[in-house]
Design a protein around this ligand. Structure first.
Ligand SMILES: C[S@@+](CC[C@H](N)C(=O)[O-])C[C@H]1O[C@@H](n2cnc3c(N)ncnc32)[C@H](O)[C@@H]1O
Length: 237
């Protein structure tokens, strides 16, 4: 993986046709969110909590929304959204949920979600888009445009993008003893976008979406592991 170098944000802004938006996390507000949203799963640290906080703060959720946490695995965030904002909420996943709609759970590929066109107002992908294998990322963006109602929003947090495009088929982490552990079936594949592939795979297939990319300037103050970019797509009328 190659991280962004000097000038990357400017080149990214040139590609988007608008500057990357510099933002900061209000650390007190983030601490308050961590008291509201409880997530007892293993490996939920501040870097993960920041992804949910960004959905909570940037998606402008309310009781009229229909929300989907795309590629949620076993994440309870959609249930928090339902209970906190009083809206309809689903979680969706390919490998971890049974195919079809089962109450609030939707199993299957995010590129083909069995809901009506225009029936969804908000979606987020927390640490997920980069695990969509083959052309699933491209197909998902086409599907998202079908599902989202005008003005609907789609958040990708973080957006893993840098100087070099790469993919791996055995994604995981190396522990302090140098032993490699795999993330497992749902995240065995990982993709790191560069600007050219972000354009050809995402922007060129999102013609009915307006994208705004954000850089969290104080991401390291939340957790040194945080990757600072996220993207918000809005369905045009
Ligand atoms: C790193 S995990 C997601 C973590 C989860 N969003 C969270 O915050 O806890 C990546 C997920 O992507 C799912 N996935 C991969 N390809 C998918 C696809 N095409 N459609 C839906 N889900 C997919 C995997 O099953 C896996 O659960």
């Amino acid at each position: 993986m190659t991280g962004p170098s000097t000038g990357f944000k400017d080149r990214f802004g040139d590609l988007l046709g608008r500057p990357v938006v510099a933002t900061e996390i209000d650390l007190e507000d983030f601490a308050g969110f961590k008291c509201l949203y409880r997530d007892e799963r293993a490996m939920i640290d501040d870097a993960k909590m920041l992804e949910y906080y960004i959905s909570y703060r940037w998606l402008d959720l309310g009781p009229d929304d229909t929300y989907i946490d795309i590629a949620a695995q076993d994440c309870p965030f959609a249930f928090f959204v339902r209970d906190h904002f009083g809206c309809r909420a689903y979680r969706q996943d390919l490998f971890y949920l049974e195919k079809g709609i089962h109450g609030a759970d939707i199993g299957g590929n995010a590129a083909r979600i069995p809901l009506q066109s225009g029936s969804v107002s908000k979606m987020s992908l927390h640490n997920s888009l980069e695990h969509f294998e083959g052309r699933s990322d491209i197909r998902f963006f086409r599907e998202a445009q079908r599902l989202l109602r005008p003005g609907g929003k789609l958040l990708v947090a973080p957006l893993f993008i840098g100087e070099a495009y790469s993919t791996v088929k055995d994604a995981g982490w190396v522990d302090e003893d140098g032993v490699k552990h795999l993330w497992g079936e749902g995240a065995r594949f990982a993709r790191w976008y560069d600007l050219a592939h972000f354009k050809s795979r995402i922007l060129d297939n999102s013609r009915h979406l307006r994208v705004e990319v954000y850089h969290v300037d104080n991401a390291a103050a939340v957790d040194p592991q945080c990757f600072p970019f996220f993207a918000m797509f809005e369905r045009l009328v």
